[in-house]
Design a protein around this ligand. Structure first.
Ligand code: ACO
Length: 388
């Protein structure tokens, strides 16, 4: 039997890959009830927030400020956001230069970096200044994302219309047309349910970065980079590609059998915290059906339902159920949005959660600095390079 290597810093530390179950801090922003499939923002269920009519602006206020706004507070907050929606010419030029050549998440990340470079105020890192940046980025994300979608389709960038609500203007800037009321309502709902979700990978990345007391733009760039990955926000794009690959509902069984054979994970299923149905997928399922029927892409929702039945029958016992990314793509696809724009839409919503978490942690900030269990050698003999 091989001799066990000496290990540094084993102690009584419990080690779980991927920091599973590790606690990072205390927070009162959102609660993911994984066993019961519930998502709560500051005490309020996402179902109530979606149905309440206050829109993304109300949810953003709630997450960042901590309380539901009064009518007057919501009016002032919405006006403030709308007034910050415009983006500088340099950012438009950047999008024109690189927008068609790279993934939209790369362009979004670079645009945030450029916005940071263009902000020439001497910023001390504190809650007041970071809140100012958070408000501007929350307002500008839809403008940047819409501009990326248009440039990639050979269309001109549209300036914001501050008389419109956040989601309505986002849709208008993307498509060039006023969204019908139901589309605007569903986009608003999508932004509400994607706005915040506990200590997920992108939020943690943003918080870790911010904990060195760097500037907020750098922290948000880290969040965007993490969200892009297919195990996290990028799964919405990957999921729709799966449906397109399956193509015909009748081929779903065959596709799943092949995926199982290859031990391939099925995108849009599973979650570190939810071991029940993700409540966001529950909200999206009937809407995906409605929008797909309306757009003539009903087969995509049919494929989704067949795949759901197969995966849940096979893996439901292990707590594998559809997550938020499973049905969202069918809806965005029916709205005419390009598949690789799905994750930027996620970011348009999640900027509120990233901001709220960063602002909550800042007053009690302590640098995030975990350790790894060292399993390498400790006493290797150095051989000079000419003798190796
Ligand atoms: N398809 C098939 N099997 C799965 C899936 C899946 N989508 N997800 C997890 N499993 C299985 C694993 O193979 C593993 O099985 P094993 O114990 O027999 O080896 C077990 O379930 C645990 O899986 P892990 O990957 O260890 O679970 P973890 O908590 O690390 O991962 C994650 C969670 C990344 C979301 C995972 O479920 C996954 O990769 N899903 C597909 C990608 C996806 O949809 N991501 C979006 C998540 S929601 C969001 O971030 C917005």
């Amino acid at each position: 039997m091989a001799e066990e290597k000496p290990r540094q810093f084993v102690g009584k530390t419990e080690f779980k890959k991927g920091l599973e179950g590790a606690i990072t801090n205390e927070s009162s922003i959102s609660y993911v009830d994984g066993a019961n499939g519930k998502l709560i923002y500051r005490g309020f269920s996402i179902d109530d927030l979606c149905a309440g009519g206050g829109g993304f602006e109300e949810t953003a206020y709630l997450l960042i400020d901590g309380e539901l706004p009064t009518k007057a507070q919501l009016g002032a907050f919405s006006k403030d956001l709308a007034g910050r929606r415009a983006i500088p010419q340099e950012v438009k030029d950047l999008i024109i230069m690189i927008g068609s050549r790279t993934h939209p998440m790369n362009t979004l990340r670079t645009a945030v970096s450029v916005l940071g470079c263009l902000n020439t105020k001497e910023f001390e890192v504190n809650v007041e200044n970071d809140l100012d940046i958070a408000m501007s980025l929350t307002a500008q994300f839809p403008t940047v994302a819409a501009a990326i979608q248009r440039v990639r389709n050979g269309q001109s960038i549209l300036d914001p219309d501050p008389s419109l609500g956040h989601s309505e203007d986002f849709m208008r800037m993307m498509t060039g047309e006023a969204a019908d009321p139901r589309t605007a309502e569903v986009m608003d709902m999508a932004l509400i349910i994607h706005a915040e979700h506990g200590m997920n990978a992108s939020t943690f990345s943003a918080m870790v970065t911010n904990s060195s007391l760097t500037d907020m733009y750098s922290s948000i760039c880290a969040g965007i980079g993490s969200l892009k990955g297919p195990l996290h926000g990028g799964a919405n794009e990957a999921t729709l590609n799966t449906f397109l690959e399956i193509e015909d509902p009748a081929k779903t069984d065959e596709w799943f059998a092949a995926a199982k054979e290859k031990k391939q994970k099925v995108m849009g299923f599973g979650h570190r915290v939810y071991k029940a149905y993700d409540p966001r997928a529950v909200i999206f399922d009937p809407i995906a059906n409605e929008f797909a029927e309306r757009a003539g892409s009903g087969h995509l929702h049919e494929i989704a339902k067949k795949l759901e039945a197969l995966v849940v029958a096979d893996l439901g016992g292990k707590g594998i159920f559809p997550n938020v990314d499973f049905f969202s793509g069918v809806i965005y696809n029916a709205m005419g949005i390009d598949t690789d724009m799905f994750t930027p839409i996620f970011a348009v919503a999640r900027i509120a959660g990233w901001s709220a978490r960063i602002l909550e942690y800042l007053p009690e900030n302590r640098l995030f600095r975990p350790r790894a269990v060292y399993v390498g050698d400790l006493e290797s003999n150095y051989t000079p390079i000419d003798q190796r």
